[in-house]
Write a protein that binds this ligand. Structure first.
Ligand code: PLP
Length: 446
């Protein structure tokens, strides 16, 4: 059987698959033909910097940090043996803790927050309330609040994006309508209702919620639709993470170069978050960084999109998959075409994981480091094992001459959400993970 045939089989039956991108290209060449540039990332970083006083005013959880919305970078030796097997031979393990991002408790506090700020600034400039030179605090003033109260922000979401946009839009004084898809969790909807955000719950999937948001915006006056699938602003908001991570790795004295490769594993839904982050990382580290995305076995939207090589939208339903998963943050039947275009030549590969694997990691991570992750956010942990132990993974290491430098490498797991989960929700996941682990005759964590 050919490799392609093998992959098609395991994907179709919902088994974990490790796919290598045939179009991965070297930097800087791979970055040159893209529609966004390093200058765009810097401009986004500069805007976030300019908005620090506003963010510190609006959100108590970033006040002490002067309005910087950032997550910690941790070395996690407690998990290294479980994630990497033979630690000394396979490198060091780190965790980029976006589950603990302030404001939204998920990676959406990068892209979603950024887009709302861009929109708020544009409105204020159009209305003559602020020029770029004036302090961002103008946007917390009475004139801006009155202006924002006459505008509505709307969004379609499986949960976390809606939660983030609702929290930020509400804090600025916008009206907000969040269209949630069937997989959205009740606690995320309730939390928004408590903030006074209007929530529409749809029986359909993410694409239907998105469409409902789009139509609502088209029919309503003064309504801005946040388009998770096509938003360049969200993508750039995510990309700033790479500059921040670069700084954190430098401070932690972690070397990243050809002899010290950096492997990054990021959960992927529509692809904006992992796409934007990887785009940024390639600008910072070029070929020394190897970006892998993780998707649920029933929702490998980006894998199918990139594997098809098509410019048209692919769907997991076309392969007979259900898009049903505990990982609500990753339950996208189709990938963002913007993200797919941007990462086609940058992403090294994509692997899929079962819900059982995600739940086991929820328990294992809490057990080892007492951190609260939602199932979506644990998809990265299976990556290093799959890279090191699968045929495709080994082929990748060999083809890129990485076998020798593996022992000096860093494996960075991007944990993308969960810190806002209520206790009861978390305990339910944790118990299921614990039961799964207890029933393993041979505890496989990949
Ligand atoms: C949204 C989300 C992702 C993935 O982001 P996309 O832009 O949809 O690819 C990953 N993890 C969590 C927890 C999320 O909420």
């Amino acid at each position: 059987m050919t490799q392609d045939h093998d992959e098609a089989c395991t994907l179709k039956v919902g088994k974990p698959t490790f796919w290598l991108s045939p179009s991965l290209a070297s930097c800087p060449g791979a970055l040159e033909s893209l529609e966004l540039t390093a200058g765009d990332i810097r401009a986004a970083a500069e805007r976030l910097s300019r908005f620090r006083p506003l963010l510190a005013t609006l959100f108590p959880d970033v006040r002490d940090g002067g309005g910087v919305v950032e997550s910690p970078l941790w070395s996690v030796p407690e998990l290294a043996a479980r994630v990497l097997g033979d630690r000394a031979a396979h490198g060091a393990l780190m965790m980029k803790a976006d589950h603990a991002l302030p404001i939204a408790g998920s990676v959406k506090a990068r892209g979603g927050l950024y887009e709302v700020l861009v929109f708020a600034e544009r409105l204020a400039v159009e209305e003559g309330l602020m020029s770029r030179a004036v302090s961002s605090l103008t946007l917390a003033g009475p004139a801006a609040r009155k202006l924002f109260s006459e505008h509505t922000i709307t969004v379609g979401s499986t949960g976390n994006l809606g939660l983030c946009i609702g929290i930020v839009a509400h804090a600025l004084g916008f009206q907000c309508v969040v269209h949630m898809s069937s997989e959205s969790k009740g606690w995320k909807r309730n939390r928004l209702l408590k903030h006074g955000v209007a929530v529409r719950h749809h029986e359909g999937d993410y694409l239907e919620a998105l469409q409902a948001g789009r139509e609502f915006a088209a029919q309503s006056l003064n309504t801005h639709f946040i388009d998770d699938e096509n938003s360049v602003d969200m993508f750039l908001g995510y990309s700033v993470a790479a500059l921040r991570l670069g700084e954190q790795l430098r401070r932690a004295r972690v070397r990243v170069d050809a002899e010290h490769p950096l492997f990054v594993y990021i959960p992927c839904g529509v692809g904006g978050a992992p796409g934007g982050i990887s785009f940024g990382l390639k600008h910072v580290y070029g070929d020394a960084v190897h970006c892998f995305f993780a998707e649920p076995v029933q929702s490998p939207a980006m894998l199918l999109q990139l594997r098809s090589g098509s410019a048209h939208r692919q769907s997991v339903h076309d392969l007979g998959l259900s898009n049903i998963t505990e990982a609500d943050g990753l339950a996208a039947p189709s990938a963002s075409l913007l993200a797919a275009r941007m990462v086609r030549d940058l992403v090294s590969g994509i692997y899929t994981v079962t819900d059982e694997i995600l739940l086991r990691w929820v328990h294992a991570v809490d057990d080892a480091v007492s951190e609260r992750l939602e199932p979506s956010a644990t998809a990265g942990f299976a990556g290093p094992g799959m890279l090191i132990n699968s045929d495709a993974g080994r082929r990748y290491l060999k083809a890129h001459g990485l076998e020798r430098s593996l022992s000096q490498s860093t494996h960075l797991i991007w944990t993308t959400g969960g810190s806002l989960m209520p206790d009861s929700e978390f305990q339910a996941y944790r118990i299921r993970g614990e039961e799964l682990r207890a029933s393993d005759s041979m505890p496989r964590m990949q």
